[in-house]
Structure formats: structure tokens, C-alpha cells
Ligand binder design. Structure first.
Ligand SMILES: Nc1ncnc2c1ncn2[C@@H]1O[C@H](COP(=O)(O)OP(=O)(O)OP(=O)(O)O)[C@@H](O)[C@H]1O
Length: 230
């Protein structure tokens, strides 16, 4: 379990507090107004932004000051973070070894992940030769080979059209179900929440609220969520 205890994050004048437990196998949507601190929350979980107070533990182990790579999570950013000069296979291999020294077993894992996301035939292509959806698939294959218990997605498919977005969301759901990972996803789309989330983390007014069951919340939203949903 990931436990965020009485945490506060300060970025200039902006302050965000959070106190919550996140469990593997659960799918969380992080929603709230623009500028409320959704990306900040994920960045703090991932170790890209420090806490000013409080702590984060994973299965009881304090990871408050752990480097991003030493945390039990992998983060997928909006731009997919693919290196343009490396092949798809090399980009995915970076998820296993940042120095790209891969054993045959590692290479087999990369090939399996590419196969799983439907990119086996594009292993040698450069990202620039792929469509937007294929680039997202390559980034997902890298998440898959990292095999971490928490997957953080910050509006990952915002640039894709609706049909492709849904296809990618379904693929993400399948992947986390297969690996037993928790999914924590920032989104602006209520449809995404209905499509994938078990729980909702609502971020507004300087607070990232503890997760609440998605179905009940979306059916009967409190006033502040209603304002946001419009
Ligand atoms: N490095 C920084 N220094 C100072 N303030 C920052 C920094 N990064 C973000 N902020 C501020 O923190 C607040 C929260 O930003 P954040 O990107 O987390 O919001 P968000 O909910 O993800 O917004 P959006 O939905 O628009 O992406 C904003 O007011 C932003 O201006």
C-alpha cells in the first residue's frame, strides 16, 4: 500500500495537502479544476517534487526522499517521453536498463511487451515514424517492462482522438489488470472516469481529497464536483 501521510507540497505561492492510502489493483482517476494541483500530486508521488511536510511510505517503508527510480512506480507523461534518436525497441529497453545493456532475457521481455501492445513489427522504427497512437503504445510497453506496482498517468492520451483514446484506455486497463498494478490517472474527461475508475481523487482548493468510490460520486456529485463537471 502507498500511504501519503499528512503531506504538504509547496511550489512558490501554491500549496497542496494530501493524506490518503492507495492500494494495488485499484484504478484511481485524479480530477479537479485546471491549476488545482493534479500534476503536482502525481509528481510528488513519483519523487519529482519534494514534500515540505509529511511522508510517503510503501508497504511501511519510508520513500519520502527516495529518487524517482527507487520508487515502486512508473510515470507516463503527456509527451510519452520517447527519445527520437533511439528505436522503439531501445526506448522500451530503457525501462529495464537506463544504460541499455540488455541480456537476452531482457531483450525477450522487450519483444514480449512490444508484441502485447501490438508493435512487434515496429521494433526497429524510430518514434518519429510512428502515429500518435503507436507512440503511446511504445510508451506503454516501456511501462509494462518496468513492472512496477503503481502506474501514474498524467493525461496521457490528451492529444489523441476520442476513438483512439478509448482504445488506449482499454489497453491500459487490460495491462494493469494483467500485472495487478494500481493505476493513478489524471484526466479532465468525466467519460474517462466512468470508463475506468474504481475510485476518484478530487483535487480542489489546495486539497487532494482521499479517494472515494467513483460510481457513487459521479452519480451524486457534491456541489464542488458538480461545479467542476459543469
Ligand atoms: N515549479 C513551480 N513553481 C511554482 N508554481 C508551480 C510550479 N509548478 C506548478 N506550479 C503551480 O502549481 C499549481 C498547480 O499546478 P498543476 O500543474 O499541478 O495543476 P493541474 O491541476 O495539474 O492543472 P491542469 O489541469 O491545468 O494541468 C498551479 O497554480 C501552478 O501554477
Amino acid at each position: 500500500m502507498l500511504r501519503i501521510e499528512k503531506a504538504e507540497i509547496t511550489l512558490g505561492d501554491f500549496r497542496l495537502s494530501a493524506d490518503m492510502d492507495l492500494i494495488p489493483g485499484c484504478k484511481y482517476a485524479v480530477i479537479g479544476p485546471s491549476g488545482a494541483g493534479k500534476s503536482t500530486l502525481l509528481s510528488a508521488m513519483g519523487g519529482f517534487v519534494p514534500l515540505s511536510t509529511g511522508r510517503i511510505t510503501w508497504d511501511g517503508r519510508d520513500i519520502t526522499d527516495a529518487a524517482p527510480g527507487a520508487r515502486p512506480m512508473t510515470m507516463l507523461f503527456q509527451d510519452n517521453n520517447l527519445f527520437p534518436h533511439l528505436s522503439v525497441m531501445q526506448n522500451v529497453g530503457l525501462g529495464i536498463n537506463p544504460h541499455m545493456r540488455l541480456t537476452q532475457v531482457d531483450r525477450d521481455r522487450v519483444a514480449q511487451a512490444l508484441d502485447r501492445v501490438g508493435l512487434a513489427e515496429h521494433a526497429q522504427s524510430r518514434p518519429g515514424a510512428l502515429s500518435g497512437g503507436q507512440q503511446s503504445r511504445a510508451a506503454l510497453a516501456r511501462v509494462l517492462v518496468q513492472a512496477r506496482p503503481l502506474v501514474l498517468l498524467d493525461e496521457p492520451f490528451a492529444a489523441l482522438g476520442p476513438a483512439l483514446r478509448n482504445e488506449m484506455l482499454d489497453l491500459v486497463q487490460d495491462l494493469v489488470a494483467e500485472t495487478g498494478a494500481a493505476l493513478i490517472m489524471v484526466t479532465h474527461a468525466p467519460d474517462d472516469v466512468r470508463r475506468i475508475a474504481d475510485e476518484v481523487i478530487f483535487v480542489a482548493g489546495g486539497v487532494a481529497e482521499a479517494p472515494q468510490p467513483a460510481a457513487a460520486l459521479m452519480e451524486n456529485p457534491p456541489p464542488e464536483l458538480l461545479d467542476y463537471l459543469g
